[in-house]
Design a protein around this ligand. Structure first.
Ligand SMILES: [Zn+2]
Length: 505
């Protein structure tokens, strides 16, 4: 508190850990888990008390502002729902067996982590934090590089442990991190292929290393994110692509394993199911065979790989977009609502995470990201040329206006986003830029190549028009656009529902 905040970035380096060190580290992670769960139970209890307090309820009804913030202070103090109260609570763990495994800084940092999670939950911004089960604690961190978990040139020192890092000196990213001041150190455990791997994350002061080829460009760039596509239009380049389409094959594999696991679970616990395949009510004992455990491990590994793959696809896309300009504009979308409407495949692509990453990287490179509200701009309904505002059904993938403007819908939205200034469409600018951009959009469409052996998603609206250049009639398009159009609730139907209740326990 009170200390000026500086920028930070993280550099991750793998550690070489001997079997005996691994054993010690796992014991420490287990100790950390106990502290985490204890603090979580305590602060959830305090949050409950806080919610019952009259002063708190009165403060909640006030309008936002300094007075309201001040009004919260007393009720918070009355039930000790403050970060430092939780530190005081966590101090006791330093005087029991846990004190042999964790230093006081690490314990306090755990308390801080819990407090922040519970606070966000209290604000309604995040879900209720969960207690961590066995083997689910994966990170611990120190407070500063002076005591507790410390980084020393080539290794990590922590309460008698000396963990050697595997440093790739030729990697400019790591070299840059090692030459920066280390604020504090985090240890991370990852379960890769059933084994524990340990990494050190140095939280350094300053800006992250920027590869020369990833430097930001210049000019405005408009983005349009659909449930499965992304369109990006800049002043010199435009593209339309499927968002994380390469994750599809991984999904299929995961789905296969899940079905395998389900069959095994049923075979091992036949008594727990009704004849129609649903799970019997009441308390039950579930058995797991060795083979089922193996399938579970395989599945966990597949999930991990998919997450890593997604992260790298996001990173590549972000870098590509950053090279196109330094002022990025997109509609402000609730990606949660997105996911609710378009289903699990959107959640798997994680568009919200992608936008967060774009913002973070753009900011650290000195570029700007503007998210404007959909309500004032109504980009998907507007024609920049004649100013007509007409609603288009989602199935209509082309913007075709009587004034002669014809463009693929997503690319056109991205173009309009590029011309938004101060939360409103600057029509003059759009008219001026259109002649140049029109050609870019044509080029973007002709660049689209289906990934080997796959059809293009119908949302591109390209079926049957690749060569001719004229849009297909709307109704033909609509029938093929299942990709993007959410099924109406009625259409899911009884048949689907029945099938699902039978298949999932
Ligand atoms: Zn028009």
């Amino acid at each position: 508190m009170g200390r000026a905040k500086t920028d930070s970035f993280v550099v991750e380096i793998p550690l070489r850990v001997s079997p005996s060190q691994e054993k010690q580290l796992l014991a420490r992670l287990e100790a950390a888990r106990q502290v985490y769960n204890a603090c979580l139970g305590e602060s959830l209890k305090r949050l409950d008390l806080l919610r019952q307090s009259k002063a708190y309820q009165a403060a909640r009804k006030m309008t936002k502002g300094k007075a309201r913030t001040r009004a919260f202070r007393d009720p918070n103090a009355a039930v000790s729902f403050r970060e430092y109260d939780l530190h005081a609570y966590a101090k006791q763990f330093n005087h029991c067996w846990i004190g042999d495994h964790l230093d006081i800084n690490t314990i306090q940092k755990l308390a801080t982590r819990v407090f922040k999670a519970v606070q966000q939950y209290g604000f309604g911004k995040r879900g209720r934090p969960r207690f961590k089960g066995r083997n689910q604690m994966d990170t611990v961190e120190g407070k500063s590089n002076a005591s507790g978990i410390r980084w020393r040139e080539t290794h990590v020192e922590w309460l008698g442990l000396d963990l050697q890092a595997v440093i790739d000196r030729d990697d400019p990213v790591i070299a840059h991190g090692l030459s920066s001041r280390v604020k504090y150190v985090r240890l991370v455990r990852r379960k890769i292929n059933g084994r524990n791997r340990f990494y050190v994350q140095l939280v350094c002061e300053g800006q992250p290393y920027q590869k020369p080829r990833n430097q930001v460009g210049e000019g405005s760039v408009g983005l349009d994110l659909g449930p499965s596509t992304i369109a990006v239009v800049g002043e010199r380049e435009a593209f339309l692509t499927q968002f994380c389409s390469k994750l599809e094959t991984r999904n299929q594999e995961i789905r296969r394993r899940q079905r395998h696991l389900d069959r095994q679970r049923r075979a091992n616990n036949a008594d727990n199911y009704n004849p129609d395949g649903t799970v019997k009510p009441g308390p039950k004992v579930w058995h797991k065979s060795a083979r089922q455990r193996r399938t579970e491990a395989k599945l966990a590994e597949l999930h991990r790989k998919r997450a890593a793959h997604r992260k790298s696809l996001h990173g590549q896309l972000v870098n590509r977009i950053l090279r196109m300009g330094n002022w990025f504009k997109l509609e402000k979308v609730s990606y949660r609502a997105f996911q609710r409407r378009f289903g699990r495949s959107v959640g798997m692509r994680a568009p919200g995470t992608f936008v967060r990453q774009l913002k973070r990287k753009a900011e650290s490179a000195g570029a700007e990201v503007d998210e404007f509200p959909t309500r004032t701009t109504r980009l998907s309904q507007t024609c920049h040329n004649c100013g007509t505002v007409a609603k288009k059904p989602l199935s209509q993938r082309w913007h075709v206006c009587d004034c002669g403007i014809v463009a693929q819908r997503d690319l056109y939205s991205a173009f309009l986003a590029m011309c938004v200034e101060g939360e409103e469409l600057n029509a003059d600018r759009a008219r001026e830029a259109w002649s140049g951009v029109d050609a870019l959009l044509q080029a973007a469409l002709s660049d689209i190549q289906p990934t080997s052996g796959r059809r293009l998603p119908s949302s591109f609206g390209l079926s049957g028009r690749r060569q001719s250049g004229s849009p297909v009639e709307a109704n033909v398009n609509a029938s093929k656009a299942q990709d993007v159009v959410p099924p109406p609730v009625q259409a899911v139907g009884e048949f689907e529902k029945a099938r699902w209740t039978v298949r999932t326990p």
